[in-house]
Design a protein around this ligand. Sequence first.
Ligand code: ATP
Ligand code: MG
Length: 349
Amino acid sequence: KPLVFSGVQPTGNLHLGNYLGAIRKFVVLQDQMDCLFCVVDLHALTAQLVHEDLKDQTREIAAAYLAAGIDPEKHIVFNQAAVPGHAQLAWIFNCVARIGWMNRMTQFKDKAGKDRENASLGLLAYPSLMAADILLYRATHVPVGDDQKQHLELTRDIAQKFNIDFSARIAASGHGVELTNGDEVINGYFPMAEPLIEGPAPRIMSLRDGRKKMSKSDPSDLSRINLTDDAETITRKIRKAKTDPEPLPESVDQLEERPEARNLVGIYAALSDRTAQRVLDEFGGQPFSTFKPALAELAVSVLEPINAEMRRLKADPGHIDAVLKDGAERANVRAQQTISEVNEIIGLL
Ligand code: ATP
Ligand code: MG
């Protein structure tokens, strides 16, 4: 049965990339499938252990989910730490995955930087916890930005190794299901979760550097549009966004070597649910002095109502906490079933 799982870390500065790469897709998917949307607070500890205001940052992401239009009664909205199964399954997956798999992850290399020996063990094992998040519910679809593609491949590798290593015990337990694995149909326990990445802007880039992803952790606030920015700030950041001096081209192929132009066109396309080519049909040949104000107006019209609703929700943290608690209770019922089946398959007493 199709099931969606995804999450966002409560690491501050929620931005347009998180909205377009993740949250906006959640809102569309909730009409098609059963969904769990998580605030992945345990992941937030991997890059930095001590946070000033982790509880408020957690509420902030939950507020963004609700403000964007996610229905927490039809679906499940919760924080990871409130469901112990995530950490439990992550431990099992630490023993399934190989160190070499983790060492190859580009996010680990980027975030660990030069002093890799001094990165937390949690940062190295991040993808194992992420695999646990998804497979704890045996989710089949994971809406994420393009930067998470490699972690999804690793999630499939973990699922596949578990299914193969324990195939006889899975069959004996009666908890296996028919899974298609390439051309063959096997009886396995964990599904091959598929990333949902497509769209006109799968990776939103920094407004200051078209070759770097827009990120919460970028020290320059001008590099990103935050979901908490007011109309004036959004307009100013787009006006100051780096571009080349040429007018916009007529065709998307001509954006290849122009990362900043391509990024802004992609953002316009994603915010207006059009293809990049449709945007160029309208703006091709025009200078950035015409395109940027139009983009700013569009961004404000989409983000302003979300921003206002987030502020309204955050004024009542008790309500957000109640939504998260209810979600965690419902998630926990499903999680505990998986944990007990996995323990049985492995042979833990
Ligand atoms: P951090 O720098 O702390 O890792 P982040 O901005 O990468 O923060 P995450 O919480 O790691 O945010 O990711 C949440 C979701 O947002 C993921 O699905 C991720 O793929 C997506 N995402 C993050 N940055 C972008 C981006 N620039 N473009 C598109 N999607 C993005
Ligand atoms: Mg990230």
